[in-house]
Design a protein around this ligand. Structure first.
Ligand SMILES: [Fe+2]
Ligand SMILES: [Fe+2]
Length: 351
């Protein structure tokens, strides 16, 4: 079974919303030149076009959703990748557009959170943590059939290749996400993030750096950076964008705590099935080192994270609500993404 045919034709999605390429074409211009040269009327027209893209995405247009997330991921590239030449990173125009995209993306996630669910959180931090885990265990994304059945028993080499591409938006830069989210933390939380980060760095051994191990998969599947972007679905782009959004803003720190903690917690069980599929298909060992390692290491990371980052942070109503919000963003967005990979289920179970 191939999981790709139901996905939308992404090229025509971009053609339907020319603002995506219009803004993208500005991103390699020096920020000051760009801001000085675009007239006020043109700025307003770009903002209006992006607002229209957001409104159509919110109304359920898959092409607009794809365009929105593709553009957001490209703008995030300015602050997550070292450039080879000038970029518009500091441009006020780009920031205005970025903010429109971010707020619309956040509003869409909040709309997926069941009303009242955040009100049910216990106030005592340990009881709160148990509640948070229960929320995840009872969520349909937990032990999703995409991993338990499809990846484990049915996925072809092509399916696995496609799967790995989609995962690259988070796993391929988990160290940078940790680095961004730890700014301003202190005490036990900073120490836990630092320990987690040092594991990401292979505890000082360059050959064991996790992003390096992850990228070894691409030695097995020969994929160029351009193919990579083209192959990413809207929901995969969204996963990466949500991670960057929550990790780069200080006011969203508690949401990042929930989002990344849940990412660590869900990984081990999922990766058991990926390793099983890899071995079933007889693929080279070099490509699966990352997943094998994370079956054990992410259980430890999740436990340390819950204990040393979540519990100490869960001391106020505001923090508890925000951690749970980030947790639900992760659970809900992951569920939509996995459903998309299993179209027969997507029609049976609403988000
Ligand atoms: Fe890792
Ligand atoms: Fe981890």
């Amino acid at each position: 079974m191939n999981t790709q045919p139901h996905l939308l034709d992404q090229k025509s999605a971009v053609d339907a919303y020319p603002v995506v390429e219009e803004v993208s074409s500005l991103l390699k211009r020096p920020a000051e030149d760009l801001d000085a040269s675009v007239p006020i009327a043109e700025r307003a027209a770009l903002r209006a076009a992006v607002s229209d893209l957001n409104a159509r995405s919110a109304a359920g247009d898959p092409a607009a959703f794809y365009g929105q997330q593709l553009l957001l991921s490209r703008i995030y590239g300015l602050s997550t990748q070292l450039p080879e030449g000038p970029t518009a990173e500091g441009s006020t125009l780009v920031h205005e557009i970025l903010r429109l995209l971010e707020l619309a993306t956040a509003a869409a996630e909040d709309a997926s959170v069941e009303p009242g669910v955040l009100d049910a959180a216990p106030t005592e931090p340990t009881a709160y943590l148990s509640w948070l885990k229960k929320l995840a265990r009872e969520h349909r994304v937990y032990k999703h059939p995409y991993y338990r059945d499809f990846i484990r028993n049915q996925a072809t080499v092509e399916d696995l290749q496609h799967y790995v591409i989609q995962e690259s938006v988070v796993d391929g830069r988990f160290d940078d996400l940790l680095a961004m989210m730890q700014v301003g933390t202190s005490d036990g939380a900073k120490m836990e993030i630092a320990e987690n980060f040092w594991d990401e760095m292979g505890n000082g051994d360059p050959s064991q750096v996790h992003t390096h191990l992850f990228n070894q998969i691409f030695q097995v599947f020969d994929i160029s950076a351009q193919d990579l972007e083209r192959s990413l679905t809207a929901n995969a782009l969204l996963s990466g964008n949500l991670a960057v959004l929550l990790c780069r803003y200080r006011y969203l720190y508690p949401e990042a705590v929930g989002f990344l903690g849940m990412t660590e917690w869900l990984a081990p069980e999922r990766f058991v099935h990926v390793v099983h599929a890899w071995e079933r298909l007889g693929l080279p060992d070099v490509g699966i080192v990352y997943h094998k390692l994370h079956i054990t290491i992410d259980s430890r990371h999740a436990a340390g994270w819950f204990h040393n980052v979540v519990v100490p942070a869960a001391t106020s109503e505001r923090m508890r609500r925000a951690i749970a919000r980030g947790t639900l963003w992760r659970l809900n967005s992951s569920a939509r993404y996995l459903d998309e990979r299993m179209p027969d289920l997507a029609t049976l179970r609403p988000v």
